[in-house]
Every structure is written in structure tokens, then in C-alpha cells.
Design a binder for this molecule. Structure first.
Ligand code: HEC
Length: 153
């Protein structure tokens, strides 16, 4: 038993030598969702608080991102999240893709699949109240309709 614990401790120490890369991608001016859309301040705050650490290039890393393997888990989420939806480069998506992403946002928030539950550890404030969820969904719906309206012109 003692040997196992020592081995685990040694392994834990060794993996600390493999930190994650916390460099955020370079800014892409004029492409950020919140900056280009006319979003009500309150809704913008919800999106920044509950989505931007994963779905943007402005990730703020918490202290435990210095600890492996928690950091690896986190980094993996951030990479995946940016691949699926990156608000920082939102304007680079074709309008059709923007509408589709907004549709996915509606679905993810409605089903309470986003924000990811694991994110609430250390980010209690990111948890959405029913009211915030509704505000977010209403806004995404409005934005989606607006995007589709422009596409039809
Ligand atoms: C802790 C990180 C994290 C947070 C916070 C987070 N997401 Fe995600 N999101 C992910 C990851 C990882 C994926 C990709 C795969 C998956 O579904 O697990 C994803 C996928 C998505 C997708 C794409 C789904 C698809 O079918 O491709 C949408 C849309 C989305 N998130 C919206 C949001 C919105 C809106 C918020 C804020 C309310 C949010 N997410 C907050 C990590 C996060």
C-alpha cells in the first residue's frame, strides 16, 4: 500500500513538469461577437462570464490550471470548445454558419448542456439562473433571425 502511494506521489510530481500552454491566440480585431453585435449589456456580461473562458481567445486561467492533470483536462476542453465555437472570431464564419452556430447555442443553453458543468467548480458565478438562461436564448434567437434576414436580402 505504502509503495503504491509513493509511486502515485512520484507520478504526480513528475506530471507537474508537463504544464499546459496558456498563451491565448493573437487578437483578431473586428471579429469578436460581443464587439460587433449590438448586445444588451446584461446579456453580454452573461456570455463573457459563462462562455468566454472556453469559447473565445480571451481565456482567463484559474490558479488550478497550474496543476496537472487538472490543467490537461481544462486545456482539452478549451481546445475543443474553440474548435466548435469561437466567439472571438465569430465574424469570420460565413453568415450561414453564424446562423447555425447561434442555433446550436440556443439548443445547448435550452438543454442546460452549456456551460459545461465541470466549469462551475471555481466558477460558481457562471451558473445560469432561469432568468439568465431565458435572456440568453431570447437574444440568440433574435440574433439568428437577424442573420437570416440579412442573408435573404
Ligand atoms: C468549461 C468550458 C465551456 C464553457 C464554459 C462553455 N462551453 Fe460550450 N463547449 C465546450 C466544449 C468542450 C464543447 C465541445 C464538445 C462538447 O459538446 O462537449 C462545447 C460545445 C459548444 C457548442 C457546439 C455544440 C456542437 O454541437 O457543436 C456550443 C453551441 C456551445 N458549446 C455553446 C456554449 C455557450 C453558449 C456557452 C455559455 C453559455 C458555453 N458553451 C460555455 C466547453 C464549454
Amino acid at each position: 500500500m505504502k509503495k503504491v502511494l509513493v509511486a502515485l506521489l512520484v507520478a504526480f510530481i513528475i506530471i507537474q513538469f508537463f504544464p499546459i500552454d496558456k498563451t491565448n491566440p493573437a487578437p483578431t480585431p473586428g471579429m469578436d461577437f460581443i464587439k460587433i453585435k449590438n448586445i444588451p449589456q446584461e446579456t453580454a456580461t452573461i456570455i463573457t462570464t459563462s462562455c468566454y473562458d472556453c469559447h473565445s481567445n480571451e481565456t482567463k486561467y484559474p490558479w488550478y490550471s497550474n496543476i496537472s492533470p487538472a490543467s490537461w483536462y481544462m486545456k482539452n476542453h478549451i481546445d475543443e470548445a474553440r474548435k466548435h465555437l469561437n466567439f472571438s472570431t465569430f465574424a469570420m464564419y460565413e453568415p450561414k454558419k453564424q446562423a447555425h452556430k447561434l442555433d446550436e447555442c440556443i439548443e445547448m443553453v435550452e438543454k442546460k448542456e452549456m456551460p459545461l458543468e465541470s466549469y462551475f467548480v471555481g466558477h460558481q458565478g457562471a451558473k445560469l439562473t432561469d432568468e439568465q438562461r431565458k435572456a440568453l436564448i431570447d437574444y440568440f434567437k433574435k440574433e439568428k433571425a437577424e442573420t437570416e434576414r440579412k442573408m435573404a436580402l
